[in-house]
Structures are given as structure tokens and as C-alpha cells.
Design a protein around this ligand. Structure first.
Ligand code: WTA
Length: 633
């Protein structure tokens, strides 16, 4: 399965395009199936309808756990570092993880969970989060993990959309100096969610919480019940390759976040294959992905990818800058981390503390570095290369999306020659194309366009939960017969790809996807707001910042108070991650005669580039532009 030279990469790539079915069938043969598939692929991008490994039966947890027990049973599967360095770390071997997953799977069954049920998980970054995810997969329940930073309203929307019947949470969680009241947030959310019958609560922070009789149960009590029943094993549910594995909500350019659906067989094969290749994982290596399991990066590259390959995956509960900005480097030194996979925003934030914190740290265990989530700027790339990798570690700049399930365009560590700011070349099985605004393919090198993919790959989304038409509209209607990524891209003279960022109304703030429409809707909920427009602007650390233009003639109190009120509103409706960095009050928005907001103009003003605003003659009220320009923050 592992490509070890550039020559092998080229051969694998060619075969994956010439005979994709044979190529992927061979890769899938490296996994454990209960029953082999009858047909490798069926697809069209019009409906769309994509099915991989049709008729194949499996359970992903047998691939992540059971099949490693003989050889790797006593090797660490998860190493966990708590937020507070003075608390003990934990190591779970494959045997222990297997046992804990089985136990908790039995807890779920005791509480009525069955195959196909949707279960919402809202937890801190503790091993029990991975255990909960795997326990759902074990019994064939569909997990929907919601990042611990989302608000009660966001959780309620997601629970209602998926009609979850169980929620798994914790009393609270720790991040730096903050304590996150997870269970209290869940209580607020559940006021709107009659479908939820049971809430299982892990003890973590000992935050005082209320436990509702008949609905809320302590994780630890439920485990004790299973132990007294002697239920320590749990046979894995047999799943069809195309049965749903999980839903993960992500923001788009319109409306509420949509539930991206991934299925068991193709996702497993793709997450495992890309993990093994991109990071060139070798047995015994310690692999540290700094993402949160609440995002796709955590799903594919903390849990499923690494565990399917028998890797040691490192989980960190805290943040890179607490209790000091050397925390990542202390972890690397202490645990002899070999592979570090992080985000440009984290790199930029650590850069701002200078290299002093790195001086006395031994980073010699590091062999490979990775970046994900947003375009990495040249300065951050070189800083990472020089100060962390000491110019000895290949950097894999991995481009992919929630919808793609796994890495799509990326160097293979040590195999592909890297180039700063370039995600370089497509992995085998990935057929990227650039198209112009008319939908015509832009061929050759030294060109740019909108990034599309023209052939299916096993890890791709199958639908958006409960609304297949939305999936078609969003991804398959812009360019006929192609999956549209929403990203702009250039292909240089060497055929190397560089992703330049979103071309739709999706912002990428600290590597988190945020829909401008979502933030506007939240701001507009505030009683003093008439309307608003949200755009992104370049931000030194976050990559993009959120800039809101707000029409609010009857400000309650003063402007400053209204500004704070708006921040509270956005935090309540979406979560703190979507809070605008800048709020400018304006008397109106630049609109065309048909009432459309000219975002192009607002974007330019937010970027501080007002030299050439383009044609404003079609505006209803051109004078408004002057006012907005004059008041720009
Ligand atoms: C952006 C995260 C440039 C891109 C895995 C994409 C990147 C969106 C890169 C998906 C990269 C991700 N270089 N841009 N290496 N990786 N992106 O769904 O705009 O949270 O469309 O998945 O992040 O974000 P998502």
C-alpha cells in the first residue's frame, strides 16, 4: 500500500487514472472485510450517485482495533496529554482501547442504541471522545460530533437536523485557563430537541451540573453496570460498505451548516491509505495531530486513519500557548514525537513568540511535519521548516475538505519534492481540474482557475444528510459532471498545485470554516440590527478575520455597548469562533438596484484597498461607499 519513491508515485498515479477500479480494489484488499465486494464502483456526478465496494461488508472498528490485537495489543494506540501539564498523562494500548470501546458500545446498547441511530457527541479532547466515536461505529450507530466551541443553538440545529436520540457529553472541559461548561450548554440545547432520550455524561471537570432524572446518566455508572453484567466484549455490527458511518456538519455559502455524510467502506480505505502514504508512517512512530476531533481532520487523522494503520496517535486536550508558548515543543520533547501535523494559524501564533521558547527544546525526534486547514504563507512555511524541522523534515502541505474525507493534494513525505506554499501534486486516485468562469477546463501549466475534481474517490461525501438536492446544488451543479470544491487554485509550470483560498462566501478563520451568511443571520437576530454584511480580511494570525458592516440606526445605549451586544449574540447563536473581529456601523449597505449587496466593494474596503473599487455606477446609492470608506476600521 505504501509508495516509497517518486517513480512509484508516478506509476501508482497513472494506474489510478487508467484503471481506477483495479487500483482501489488492490488498496482495499489491505483492509479486513467480512464479505468481499461484488462491484468496485458505480457512479455519476449528475444525481450524484457514488458507491464504492458495493456489497462489501465490514466494520471499521475491526480494522482499527481487533485486527491489530495479535501483533500490537500491548503497543500504545492513544497517548493522551491533559490540558494541565501537572495532571497525569494516559496511555491506552490497543488491547485497552479495544476493551473500552466494547464496554462503551455495550453502554450504548443498554440504553437502546441500535444500528442506524444518530448519536451526537459533544466532548472535550479526552480519550473517551475517541472511545465514544469508535463505540458508535462498533454498533453501527451514526456519530455526529459537534466541536466543543459551538453554542447551544448550533448544537440544537444539528441534533434536530439529524434527529439524534442520544447525546454523549461531559460535565465540562478544559482549554488553557478556560473551563467549558459542556453539559450546561447541552441542557440549553435540549430544550429544543425532543428526539433526545438519553444523555450520557463523562466526569471530567467536576463542574456543578444538573442531571435530569430519567434522561441523564453518568458514564462511569453505566460502565459499572456493564462490568457487573460481565459484558466486556461486544461483537462488531456487520455494516454494508455504503452504510452511513458519520455525519459532520460544515459551513457553506448559504443557509445553515449541512451534514456531510461519509460511509463505512470507502471512507475507511481512503483515510487509511492517505494516512499511510502522506505521513509515511513507520511502526513505532509517535504521530501527533493537533486538531480537535470535532473537525474532519480529527476524525480522519487522529482517529480512523492512524488507528486503521496500527499507529500510535497522540491526543492533546489543551492549547499551544498554555501554560506557556513552548507547550507543543515540550510535548514533542517529552514524548519523542516523530510526526507533527498542525495548522498554519497555530504556526503563526507560535511564531509571534519568537524562537527563544524553542532554544532549549530537543526536537530531534521529529521526522515529518504537516500543515492543514488553510493556505500556508511563505513566512510560516520557512519558520516551520527552519525552527521546528531544522531543515531535516519534509513538510506536507495537505489540501482537502470535510467533504473529501481525506487528503487530496499533498506531497508524500520524503517522496515528493516540496515547494513552499504549494500542496504540490494530487494523490493517486485524485483527478483535479481547473475550470474558468464559463466552466471550461483550463489545460496546461502556469494557469489558474476554480478547483474541481472530475472522478470519484472512495472517501468523498455521498450526500448531505436529509437533503440530497442540497448536495447536488452545492457541489455538482456549478460545473457539469464535476465536483466543485469552492477553492481557487493555480497550477504552476511544474504542474504543482497551490490552493489560493475560497472563492465563495465561506471564510477560513484560524482554519475553521465559517459561512458569511451564517454570521449575518446571527448578527441580524439582534433587536437593534436592521441588516448586516460580513466579509473576510487578511489577519496576521488567523489567516482571515471577520469584518461585519452593520446597519443599526437605533443603537441601544452607545455604539460600544451595541458592538458588545452583537458579539454576545453571535456567540450565543453560533459560538465564539464566529465572533467578528471588527464591527463597523454604517447607515446603509452598497446595493445594486435589484437589492443585491455588492460584497466585492465591502471586501476591498475591509482589506484596506480602496484605490480601485471598480464600477460603482450600478449602485442604488453610490454615496454610501464614500461613507463606508471614511469610517473603515
Ligand atoms: C481550506 C479541512 C490551502 C480550503 C481539512 C478548503 C486549505 C477548506 C488547505 C476545507 C491547504 C484546507 N491549503 N487551503 N493545505 N487545507 N484548506 O472542511 O479552502 O474544515 O476548501 O477541511 O480549507 O476546510 P474543512
Amino acid at each position: 500500500m505504501k509508495i516509497t519513491s517518486f517513480d512509484e508515485y508516478q506509476k501508482a498515479y497513472k494506474r489510478s487514472v487508467d484503471s481506477p477500479e483495479e487500483f482501489w480494489a488492490d488498496i482495499a484488499g489491505n483492509f479486513q472485510w467480512r464479505k468481499p465486494w461484488i462491484k468496485t464502483l458505480e457512479w455519476n456526478f449528475t444525481e450524484p450517485n457514488v458507491k464504492w465496494f458495493i456489497g462489501g461488508k465490514l466494520n471499521i472498528t475491526e480494522n482499527c482495533l481487533d485486527r491489530h490485537l495479535d501483533k500490537l495489543g500491548d503497543k500504545p494506540a492513544i497517548i493522551w496529554e491533559p490540558n494541565d501539564p501537572s495532571e497525569d498523562h494516559r496511555i491506552l494500548t490497543y488491547k485497552q482501547l479495544h476493551e473500552k470501546v466494547c464496554q462503551f458500545a455495550n453502554v450504548l446498547k443498554n440504553n437502546g442504541a441500535k444500528k442506524g441511530d444518530r448519536i451526537c457527541i459533544y466532548m472535550p479532547m479526552v480519550p473517551e471522545l475517541a472511545i465514544a466515536v469508535l463505540a458508535c461505529a462498533r454498533i453501527g450507530a451514526v456519530h455526529s460530533v459537534v466541536f466543543g466551541g459551538f453554542s447551544a443553538q448550533s448544537i440544537a440545529d444539528r441534533i434536530q437536523d439529524a434527529q439524534c436520540n442520544i447525546v454523549i457529553t461531559a460535565d465540562g472541559g478544559f482549554r488553557g485557563t478556560k473551563e467549558i461548561p459542556l453539559k450546561n450548554v447541552i441542557d440549553d440545547a435540549l430544550v429544543q430537541c425532543p428526539s433526545v432520550k438519553k444523555v450520557i455524561v463523562l466526569t471530567r471537570s467536576r463542574t456543578p451540573i444538573s442531571m435530569l432524572k430519567g434522561r441523564d446518566l453518568w458514564w462511569e455508572d453505566e460502565i459499572k453496570k456493564v462490568e457487573t453484567q460481565g459484558n466486556t466484549t461486544c461483537p462488531a455490527e456487520e455494516m454494508d460498505a455504503e452504510d452511513m458511518l458519520f455525519i459532520l456538519y460544515t459551513s457553506g455559502s448559504t443557509g445553515k451548516p449541512k451534514g456531510v455524510v461519509h460511509t463505512c467502506g470507502g471512507y475507511m480505505v481512503y483515510a487509511g491509505y492517505t494516512f499511510a502514504n502522506v505521513f509515511q508512517y513507520n511502526p513505532g512512530e509517535v504521530y501527533f495531530c493537533t486538531a480537535d476531533i470535532g473537525w474532519i481532520t480529527g476524525h480522519s487523522y487522529i482517529v480512523y486513519g492512524p488507528l486503521s494503520q496500527g499507529a500510535t496517535t497522540f491526543m492533546f486536550e489543551g492549547i499551544p500557548t498554555w501554560p506557556n508558548p513552548g507547550r507543543f515543543w515540550e510535548i514533542v520533547e517529552e514524548y519523542k514525537v516523530n510526526i507533527l501535523y498542525t495548522a498554519p494559524t497555530a504556526i503563526r501564533s507560535l511564531m509571534s513568540f519568537g524562537t527563544d521558547v524553542l532554544k532549549d527544546k530537543d526536537l530531534s525526534s521529529l521526522k515529518k511535519l504537516g500543515s492543514v486547514g488553510e493556505p500556508i504563507n511563505e513566512e510560516a512555511w520557512h519558520w516551520f521548516d527552519e525552527n521546528v524541522g531544522h531543515k531535516n523534515c519534509p513538510i506536507v502541505d495537505t489540501w482537502w475538505q470535510t467533504e473529501t474525507g481525506g487528503i487530496m493534494i499533498s506531497p508524500i513525505a520524503g517522496v515528493t519534492k516540496t515547494k513552499p506554499t504549494f500542496a504540490t501534486l494530487p494523490l493517486p486516485g485524485v483527478q483535479p481540474v481547473l475550470v474558468d468562469e464559463h466552466g471550461n477546463e483550463v489545460e496546461g501549466n502556469g494557469v489558474s482557475g476554480f478547483l474541481c475534481i472530475k472522478f470519484p474517490w472512495p472517501g468523498m461525501l455521498r450526500t448531505t444528510y436529509g437533503d440530497h438536492e442540497r448536495c447536488r446544488q452545492t457541489y455538482f451543479s456549478a460545473y457539469k459532471g464535476k465536483y466543485f470544491t469552492g477553492d481557487g487554485c493555480l497550477r504552476d509550470e511544474d504542474g504543482y498545485y497551490r490552493i489560493t483560498g475560497r472563492v465563495d462566501d465561506v471564510l477560513n478563520v484560524s482554519g475553521h470554516r465559517i459561512g458569511t451568511a451564517e454570521v449575518e443571520n446571527a448578527i441580524n437576530m439582534h433587536a437593534s440590527v436592521v441588516e448586516s454584511a460580513v466579509v473576510g480580511y487578511p489577519h496576521d494570525i488567523k489567516g482571515q478575520g471577520v469584518y461585519a458592516f452593520v446597519v443599526s440606526p437605533n443603537k441601544h445605549g452607545d455604539e460600544d455597548l451595541t458592538r458588545k451586544d452583537i458579539l454576545v449574540t453571535v456567540t450565543r447563536i453560533i459560538g465564539a469562533i464566529a465572533k467578528p473581529d471588527k464591527i463597523q456601523f454604517v447607515s446603509g449597505l452598497p446595493k445594486t438596484r435589484s437589492g443585491k449587496i455588492m460584497r466585492r466593494i465591502l471586501r476591498k474596503i475591509a482589506e484596506g484597498d480602496t484605490s480601485n473599487l471598480g464600477d460603482t455606477s450600478t449602485l442604488l446609492d453610490p454615496a454610501i461607499v464614500e461613507e463606508i470608506k471614511a469610517g473603515a476600521l
